[in-house]
Design a protein. Structure first.
Length: 360
């Protein structure tokens, strides 16, 4: 069986979709799964276990100059690559006009069908053409987590029951530079490396600078090296403001997405705002605290908390919400909780490496 996943963007949404891919693989181990995604996120999808082929596009860039010769040529090449294979199932997991267009362009095998969503879910975008293009449009619960939405859609398509535990299948590699740094840190009495993800594309998701500085100081005092990733000049400047006067801190260079994923995987935990990097931390199964200034964690935050309600282990990833913003104390309390859960998980698994390496 050949399956095409259409999930073009954004970073967090792409990460959320990986769990559905792992569900499909569990139900249909021999399925060939291809994925269409924006070029910027292709390096991450290449790390998703079970994805056979990544077909990248640049719709965001092409629509800025749709009639340019370069755009027309790139569009032609994209269609040729997309249509190399015929598919038994084309699944639009985005529900927008642009993803519906890609779904329509894909070629079906005899008896193949296009699938999509029949309705909008709370807090998520949806456009009517996505429903019109689908041969089978599936109605989903309106109050639905972003990860669960994709998983439910695929489960309905292929007729399986969702597994209780979910896996994202995001693979990472050992970062030798960071591994060497951690060895030095351990010899000097530090107990680990924690990344602080402060950058976000939305100002209303930010956490105050003085909170980050206070949290970083506490981490240093507790024996943790602090790592500060960034993706822009403004975020880099914020990194240096947070790092000021800290004894143990790394301001990372600006890294490509796959290299950044490897660097995060080598950390002992991540504390960050609702952003793509925080969702990567969840997918890597790191100890993680995700910060929210408004109550939307039910839609995009870590799902491990909910498994506890049904008899699962203590969560290694949690969200902290407060209006107007979480306090340093509440974030610190959450961090100590997930750190203890992560350490207990490693002991139960019989190894001392971070749980993010479990899928290697």
């Amino acid at each position: 069986m050949r399956i095409l996943i259409v999930k073009l963007s954004s970073l967090g949404d792409v990460v959320h979709t990986m769990a559905a891919v792992q569900d499909i693989r569990l139900a249909h181990p021999y399925a060939q799964i291809d994925w269409v995604v924006e070029r910027a996120f292709a390096p991450l999808v290449l790390r998703c276990k079970g994805v056979h082929r990544v077909i990248h596009c640049e719709l965001r860039r092409w629509r800025k100059a749709p009639l340019a010769a370069e755009t027309r040529q790139a569009w032609k090449e994209f269609k040729q690559e997309l249509q190399q294979t015929t598919y038994d199932a084309v699944i639009d997991l985005q529900g927008l006009s642009k993803s519906a267009l890609v779904s329509k362009l894909a070629r079906l095998a005899p008896g193949g069908k296009r699938y999509g969503m029949a309705n909008q879910t709370e807090g998520s975008s949806f456009e009517a053409p996505a429903r019109w293009v689908a041969d089978v449009a599936i109605t989903l619960p309106t109050h639905c987590h972003a990860v669960t939405r994709a998983r439910l859609l695929c489960a309905e398509i292929f007729g399986y029951t969702l597994p209780f535990y979910m896996h994202f299948g995001l693979l990472a590699q050992m970062d030798k530079g960071l591994a060497d740094t951690k060895k030095v840190a351990f010899r000097t009495g530090l107990q680990g490396l924690v990344a602080l993800v402060h950058g976000t594309s939305r100002a209303d998701k930010c956490w105050p600078l003085d909170h980050w500085r206070a949290l970083a100081t506490r981490l240093n005092a507790a024996g943790f090296m602090v790592a500060l990733p960034h993706g822009s000049a403004a975020e880099e400047a914020t990194c240096h403001e947070i790092a000021q006067d800290l004894a143990h801190v790394q301001v990372w260079p600006r890294l490509a997405l796959d290299a950044l994923t490897d660097s995060l995987a080598n950390c002992d935990g991540v504390i960050g705002v609702d952003s793509g990097l925080s969702h990567i931390a969840v997918a890597l199964d790191l100890a993680h605290v995700q910060l929210y200034n408004f109550d939307t964690a039910w839609r995009t935050g870590p799902l491990a908390e909910r498994q506890v309600e049904h008899g699962g282990p203590a969560p290694r990833q949690v969200s902290v919400y407060a209006d107007p913003t979480p306090t340093v104390d509440s974030v610190w309390q959450a961090w100590t909780s997930v750190l203890a859960a992560a350490q207990a998980h490693r002991q139960a698994a019989g190894h001392n490496r971070p749980s993010s390496f479990a899928n290697l």
